[in-house]
Design a protein around this ligand. Structure first.
Ligand code: SF4
Length: 322
């Protein structure tokens, strides 16, 4: 059994610079394919078929690996390539359920599928809290952020029954207040634009000056952000599916996740925060088409579910390993 350690004495930088060590990076080898079973999705530009929550995807093999892992985009499942559970899958599989899968113990399946999205939200909060702790400007909040990190980590280690009943929305709300204040401190003095939750679908924002902007939960699907200045912008929960970030500068962006970047388009001139990596499909010149449905939010924002998924709890799907 793998029990990813999250030592609370660790420096917050370590969580974001080495998320695998701290269990905040998906480890599909240790997961029971939960994102491919528990979550529903709708046929759309992101998913080739409809699937109900609790129904295993027809591409999921008996060993919990994806049979079309290397061809997800070609086979009509680009939404699977941008999902990130932040390590929730292996936590539920190996910690909460101690390595007993829903195949081995079908009587646990319903509850396991209910616990997974709760755990995903908690792990996402761990990621954001750790990032907030790296913000020097948020130093006045560091004690509160550390307490929230410890409490969130404690919650992840509760029993399945407790997790199933957990009012995770309330916890998210409390944490989000902290994250919002941290963001305000980090962007103080930059005079950034206020675009929280803005509908900017397909917006022409080429070379726009968005430094320090509040883009929390903004809908930027298919937006033209080529050459835009997004330095120190708060992008928590912003929907970047199909947005063109070619040549854009995202240095110092706050609360931008790898899944959001993976869902966008970009090029070799796009500048990303050091903690994030340039998606391989950018080099191939591949863009993702804008999805059809609006997702809801991150950490209390309205955006959350990847394209076409109904009621899911992710910002995109990560391809499962073979
Ligand atoms: S990665 Fe996508 S296509 Fe593959 S098994 Fe999971 S849900 Fe299905």
């Amino acid at each position: 059994m793998t029990d990813p350690p999250v030592p609370l004495h660790a420096q917050p930088e370590e969580y974001v610079t080495n998320p695998r060590e701290f269990g905040l990076l998906a480890d599909c080898e240790s997961c029971f394919g939960l994102c491919c079973v528990a979550l529903p999705f709708s046929a759309s530009a992101d998913f080739a078929v409809d699937k109900e929550g609790g129904q295993p995807c027809h591409n999921l093999r008996d060993d919990f690996r994806c049979s079309i892992h290397t061809r997800l985009r070609e086979r009509g499942f680009p939404g699977c390539t941008v999902f990130d559970c932040f390590g929730a899958g292996q936590k539920v599989s190996q910690v909460t359920y101690e390595g007993r899968s829903w195949r081995e113990a079908p009587e646990t399946a319903r509850q396991m599928y209910a616990v997974f999205p709760v755990m995903r939200q908690l792990h996402e909060l761990l990621w954001y809290l750790a990032e907030a702790l790296t913000l020097d400007a948020a130093r006045p909040l560091h004690e509160a952020l550390r307490l929230a990190l410890a409490e969130t980590e404690r919650l992840t280690r509760q029993s399945a029954g407790v997790l199933e009943q957990l009012d995770v929305a309330a916890h998210r709300g409390e944490v989000n207040e902290l994250l919002l204040r941290a963001s305000e401190l980090a962007r103080d003095g930059l005079d950034g634009k206020e675009c929280r939750g803005a509908d900017l679908i397909g917006a022409r924002l080429k070379r726009a000056g968005l430094r320090g902007a509040n883009l929390r939960g903004a809908y930027l699907i298919g937006a033209d952000l080529r050459g835009a200045d997004l330095r120190e912008a708060d992008l928590i929960g912003a929907d970047l599916r199909g947005a063109d970030l070619s040549g854009a500068d995202l240095t110092g962006c706050i609360f931008l996740t790898q899944a959001q970047v993976n869902a966008a388009r970009g090029d070799s001139a796009t500048r990303l925060p050091a903690r994030l990596t340039r998606p391989a499909h950018w080099a191939r010149g591949e863009g993702r088409p804008a999805g059809g449905e609006r997702p809801d939010g991150g950490a209390g924002e309205r955006r959350r579910s990847p394209g076409g998924r109904r009621g899911g709890q992710g910002t995109g799907r990560r391809p499962r390993r073979r």
